[in-house]
Design a binder for this molecule. Sequence first.
Ligand code: MF3
Ligand code: CO
Length: 266
Amino acid sequence: MIHYKNEEQIELMRHSALQVSKTLTETAKILKPGLKTIDIDGFIGTVIKDLGGKPSFLHYHGYPFNSCISVNDVVVHGFPGKYELKEGDIVSIDVGVFKNGYHGDHAYTFMIGRPSDEVIKLVKITKESLYKGIEKAVAGNRIGDISFAIQEHTEKKNGYGVVRELVGHGLGKSMHEDPQVPNYGKRGSGPVMKEGLVIAIEPMINLGKKEVYTEDDGWTVRTKDGKPSVHFEHDVCVKKGKADVLSNYTEIEKAEKENGNLFADY
Ligand code: MF3
Ligand code: CO
């Protein structure tokens, strides 16, 4: 069942989404080689609390951390731990904030120092594909129009692997609502979108093949071929004519540049 949101609910959802954006911005400022991913997670927990929210992921189906921190060949749902970031890594940080009855849930892939040229390109193309998907999130279009746009830009144009097992989703009082939003599919297929639908669009794109597996911890999803994977996620409200992006990357991008990421203006 799809829950459409009215103006007031959309503003509450924008607030939750922007709390995630703020958390990711603060996180962007501290990222550097040598930092342990568990310490990033602790920092994220503190920022969310200081903003007056609750981490949506903690205890979600038993998930044991504030955030998901997925390095290199980890696609999503990586456990924070003793791993220390190193020069050339890419790290997807996925954060959820619950506040005023609504969830914000979005993610960003950061570069640590200088990854290889092919990885920098993967990051760039995956982010572009998210915006190509967002362009299609307008009333009257179908979910498949978003899916097709993402697959077209990543798989067809650039030969990347589009993960099939995990998809975007509706968002609201629950973190996962209907409909599912796959990153692959046919134009003109799936449910018709109406104004007030809020979805999380989240391409998960592999440099190599599309196949993934889940580790014995029951959460960590990795590429089968061991090649890196990139994940970007925005919270988007469907409107007539143009989608309303509730989350925001502007400050995150500014922070990552100020933090010395020379490749941030990709
Ligand atoms: N943003 C992710 C999603 O949409 C992460 C949630 S998994 C969790 O599925 F368990 F950590 F919450
Ligand atoms: Co999500």
